[in-house]
Design a protein around this ligand. Structure first.
Ligand SMILES: [Zn+2]
Length: 129
């Protein structure tokens, strides 16, 4: 499986997507930069994140900056917020799709134009230029 790597930290990014959404989000566990699959040019150009074929590169111990407890906690908060936004977006898409659909037609007699009105339109003499 292909991995998405943060171009700043050279580590594999975690990814998630909201249920029912085709949009996938990627976040770096170190710098917490977040990208979405909506903007594929980011991955294509390697601006912040890039796709690497195969498994994520294994980091060499001792060469990576160590995150402090506070940073890890903050990253967790950001990840939670990002997931929340993803869920909101999915709900918005769901609502938009529902609103875009025309309401079911009601077969009520009042929806039909009265026969008298149709008759008067038909009886009106056609205007000649
Ligand atoms: Zn990073």
């Amino acid at each position: 499986m292909d991995a998405v790597v943060c171009t700043h930290c050279q580590v594999a990014m975690t990814s998630w997507s909201a249920p029912g959404s085709t949009v996938r989000y990627y976040q770096c566990p170190f710098c917490a930069r977040t990208h979405s699959s909506c903007y594929s040019e980011v991955f294509a150009r390697g601006a912040g994140a890039r796709l690497v074929a195969g498994p994520a590169p294994t980091p060499v111990p001792g060469t990576l900056p160590q995150a402090t407890g506070e940073q890890i906690q903050w990253a967790g908060v950001k990840a939670r917020a990002a997931r929340w936004f993803a869920r909101l977006e999915a709900e918005e898409l769901h609502t938009a799709a529902r609103l875009a659909r025309p309401p079911p037609r009601q077969a009520s007699p009042s929806a039909e134009p009265p026969a008298a009105a149709l008759a008067s339109v038909a009886a009106r003499p056609a205007r000649h230029k």
